[in-house]
Design a protein around this ligand. Structure first.
Ligand code: ZN
Ligand code: ZN
Length: 375
């Protein structure tokens, strides 16, 4: 398809929603929440300025030994360096610091005010493992990352996005930042001349051969992302990915423990049945059923949403057991064995598939239009 056709499709696509990278859109990203530091150092500007010592102590924010309510450094065009515990990162834009009361107690609240384009360039580098070899793939993925951010503003009550996989991983500026920035500016033509609905722009690492529909897996309105086989000329595009097919296993007690926490089942109950009872039309697991034998010999049946189960399981036992929610379950002795497909939710652009299309010579517009057809 030539780019003229693509533009036409975009115009037909839609008339609602904000455009990506409206020139000066500034995002608020919360940094380093998981690390939860109580002291750190900030150098502003990065590499040149003096280092400021920041501490959370006796319920107050201390900057270079002075108690303060808030503190901020930098501007839209500057970069700052943060040193915390054993990591050092450079962030574009401005940093604002204050103390925040949260469930777990007082925390340092570190906010990065950053332009959409700089944010997207940083996220793109990380999401593509810093691999610069296929620019057309990177431009397509960069557009999706930008659209995703714009359609998830205020995802958190006090800021737009966190810096974790919950939103998009954001670890500040990558090496060769100019290259990543160029990849993002390439798709800016979309922002200036087209307005279209952004809610359907998702991506994942490998779909395992079948693209999932957002409305089936998450509910909500119908999106325009491609669903069904992720293939070209009858060949699955992502079949070389290590996660195209996978197997894993875990002790029965781990599944049992997770379900008990989720459904407040008494500690002495025993898991008798663990099975999938509802799938999407594309084959991904939606609902599971488990039956517990209680100490009083009565049984209790619970039904759980599979993505919720995976997320709960992951928090306690790591994320490697369920790379995706497309899997079969087999019990062998004291183990549950899983065989599945894909890495991630399977909705929207399949990164491995898109990379393959770029290797086959497709342009970024063609790749985007493949994963988000205008129908
Ligand atoms: Zn988040
Ligand atoms: Zn795929």
């Amino acid at each position: 398809m030539n780019s003229k056709t693509f533009s036409k499709i975009l115009i037909i696509l839609g008339l609602s929603g904000a455009a990506f990278a409206q020139e000066n859109r500034i995002l608020s990203i919360r940094l380093l929440e998981k690390l939860n530091p109580t002291d750190l150092k900030i150098q502003s500007p990065a590499g040149k300025g003096v280092w400021n010592e920041i501490k959370l102590s006796r319920g107050q924010l201390w900057v270079n030994g002075k108690a303060q309510k808030t503190a901020s450094w930098g501007s839209q065009d500057s970069n700052l360096k943060i040193h915390v515990q054993n990591l050092t990162r450079i962030y574009p834009g401005k940093i604002i610091l204050k103390i925040k009361q949260e469930k777990e107690g007082l925390k340092l609240f570190i906010l990065n005010r950053v332009s959409m384009e700089n944010y997207a360039a940083c996220a793109l580098a990380f999401e593509s493992d810093f691999d610069q070899t296929q620019p057309e793939y990177l431009k397509a993925l960069g557009a999706v990352i930008g659209f995703y951010a714009v359609s998830h503003l205020h995802r958190h009550p006090d800021y737009d996005l966190c810096d974790l996989t919950h939103c998009q991983v954001y670890q500040g500026m990558p090496p060769n930042f100019d290259f990543w920035s160029k990849m993002i500016s390439a798709s800016r033509v979309l922002s200036s001349s087209h307005n279209f609905e952004l809610g359907s722009f998702y991506f994942h690492r490998c779909c395992g051969g079948i693209l999932e529909s957002a409305e089936q897996i998450w509910g909500g309105p119908k999106s325009r992302a491609r669903t069904g086989p992720d293939e070209w000329n009858g060949k699955p595009l992502c079949q070389d990915d290590g996660f195209y097919q996978w197997t894993s296993s875990t002790g029965v007690e781990n599944v049992e423990e997770t379900l008990k926490t989720m459904a407040q089942i008494p500690p002495l109950a025993r898991l008798e049945t663990f099975e999938i009872i509802a799938k999407t039309t594309n084959g991904r697991n939606k609902t599971l059923r488990s039956i517990f034998m209680l100490p009083n010999r009565k049984t209790r049946e619970i039904r759980e949403n599979v993505p919720r189960f995976i997320s709960e399981f992951g928090k306690h036992f790591g994320w490697r057991i369920f790379p995706s929610n497309w899997f079969e379950i087999q019990k062998e002795g004291n183990l549950f064995k899983f065989s599945g497909h894909g890495l991630g939710h399977g909705v929207g652009l399949c990164q491995t598939g898109a990379l393959k299309l770029a290797q086959m010579g497709w342009t970024w517009e063609e790749i985007l239009n493949f994963y988000f057809p205008g129908t």
